[in-house]
Each structure stands twice: as structure tokens, then as C-alpha cells.
Design a protein around this ligand. Structure first.
Ligand code: PAF
Length: 276
């Protein structure tokens, strides 16, 4: 396994790889969800590059950039256990941004709702770093988890516009036995909060059943309204069209139920896709 810190070295290494290069961008603190992304790369690609970089420009003021868990040694062990031939890219902030740690992409309007409404500017940061990483790594395939559904949509659109030869692969959410979606931020939760966190998945699953069995969009929207009024832990809970994340008028197109649930300082995301 090669660990590379500089852009120059990574680009040199990349020149020797040819095609079918798979890329898994991460911020480290890897869990089974990240390893699933890498397994997908292993299935499809001949070479595998994983980036580990906690990107400052996607964190807002008062968010957890400073305290975000940095667990490089453990991360490398996990990668090695399933992909000893992987190339790991772990640049410093200076290496990536030089002296100007700023965003140079303004995310499109789809970024303003849901997560973007809670975290203004967050997706400008995500698109900026993903664009930079795609330019450096020049992957043929890149793998992103569906847990960050809005992020995945934005990155897919961005890649279509700027990297048309690159194929973006959405990967299913990895869940704990309880149903809780795996996330690096789950590590912030106490056991009591983890038990509480299951409410998010249960609520999404309840709405999914309602949509599938009763085909009742209106009733589901009323249920969501009541939940939001009665449970302030939900930052949002919403049914959207999978295609563009706008609110649906009917159930004729594939839908996705998205939620953001707050426990203490920790915000948890989850979603369930529904096709009827
Ligand atoms: O999903 C993440 O871990 C990050 O947003 C990403 C895509 C690696 C960009 O920093």
C-alpha cells in the first residue's frame, strides 16, 4: 500500500496506472460504509485510490472541523485489510489549497434546500474539493455513498458537466443491525443517544411503508408535518423527487424520504428511496 502526500507524486503515480482507476474520496475515520465503497471499486476497477482529507471549506463556523476525528493509522489498517494494493492520498490543507483556503465553486440551486439550508456554503466546499481531487486523481470511476443523498446528486451533476468521461457510482447505505445508518459522526454519540438515533430510521421506514402500502402521499405529508411539530430533534423530514429533490405533486415518479435528526451537537442524516 502506498501513502502519498503530495499532488506531484500522486500525479506521477497515476500516469503509470492506465485506465480503470477507481476513486473513493473520504474524510477518514473509516467505517464499514467507506469499505463498501472500496469493495465496489475492487469489483469494477484495476487500480484503487482512496483520499483521506478533512476538507476545511465544507465546514461552517461553529461546526466540527477542529474536532472531526482524524484516525489515519486505523484507517490505513482497514484499507489494507481489504485492498493492500490501494494508493492512499493524504495531502495537507496547504498542499491542496496553497495559501487561499477558499471555495471556487458556487453550487447550483438544488444545494440551497435540505442540508444546504442548514449548512449554507457547505456544498460549495464539497464541490470545490471534489473538483480538485478529480483533477488530481483523474479517476475513471468514483464511488459515493447514498447516505449523503443531496451531495451525491450535486457531485453527479457536477461530474457530468466537468468530467464527462468519469462514471459516478452511488453505493447503498451501510447500516448497523439496529438500522442506524453508518456515519463517522456516530462516534460522537453516547450509547443512550445511539438508541435514540434509531428514531430517524424508524420514522423514515414508517413513511416508506405508508407510501408503499397505502399509496397515500397526502397522508404521509400530514404525518411528516405532525412529526416536525412534535419532535424538535428533526431538523428536516421531507419527501422529494429522486430526480431533482423538488417536492412531488403525486407519486408518479421515484421518491426519496430524507431526514436530518439532531442529538446534542450531532446531526445525523438518513434517507430511503421509494419506487412504486
Ligand atoms: O462525503 C464525504 O466524506 C465528503 O463530503 C467528501 C465527498 C469526501 C468531500 O470532502
Amino acid at each position: 500500500m502506498k501513502v502519498i502526500n503530495t499532488i506531484k507524486e500522486l500525479k506521477n503515480e497515476r500516469l503509470n496506472l492506465g485506465s480503470r482507476v477507481g476513486f473513493v474520496p473520504t474524510m477518514g475515520n473509516l467505517h464499514a460504509g467507506h469499505l463498501r465503497l472500496l469493495e465496489n471499486s475492487l469489483r469494477l476497477c484495476d487500480h484503487h485510490i482512496v483520499s483521506i482529507f478533512v476538507n476545511p471549506t465544507q465546514f461552517g463556523e461553529g461546526e466540527d472541523f477542529e474536532s472531526y476525528p482524524r484516525t489515519l493509522e486505523a484507517d490505513l489498517e482497514k484499507i489494507k485489510s481489504i485492498c493492500p494494493e490501494a494508493i492512499i492520498f493524504t495531502p495537507t490543507t496547504k498542499e491542496v489549497y496553497g495559501d487561499e483556503v477558499v471555495n471556487y465553486f458556487k453550487a447550483p440551486a438544488i444545494a440551497d434546500m435540505l442540508e444546504g439550508n442548514l449548512r449554507p456554503g457547505h456544498f460549495d466546499g464539497v464541490l470545490t474539493i471534489v473538483h480538485k481531487l478529480f483533477e488530481i486523481v483523474m479517476p475513471d470511476h468514483a464511488f459515493f455513498g447514498k447516505k449523503d443523498y443531496q451531495q451525491l446528486k450535486l457531485i453527479s451533476e457536477h461530474a457530468k458537466n466537468y468530467f464527462p468521461a468519469l462514471e459516478i457510482h452511488p453505493v447503498e447505505i451501510e447500516r448497523e443491525v439496529s438500522g442506524l445508518a453508518m456515519s463517522s459522526r456516530n462516534g460522537y454519540l453516547t450509547q443512550e443517544q445511539k438508541d435514540e438515533a434509531i428514531t430517524l430510521y424508524r420514522t423514515l421506514s414508517f413513511i416508506e411503508k405508508k407510501l408503499i402500502t397505502e399509496k397515500d402521499l397526502r397522508g404521509s405529508l400530514e404525518y411528516i408535518q405532525q412529526t416536525l411539530e412534535n419532535d424538535e430533534r428533526f431538523n428536516y423530514l421531507s419527501i422529494r423527487k429522486q430526480s431533482d429533490l423538488t417536492p412531488p405533486l403525486d407519486m408518479s415518479s421515484p421518491l426519496v424520504i430524507l431526514g436530518n435528526f439532531q442529538l446534542g451537537q450531532t446531526r445525523l442524516l438518513d434517507n430511503i428511496e421509494v419506487s412504486i
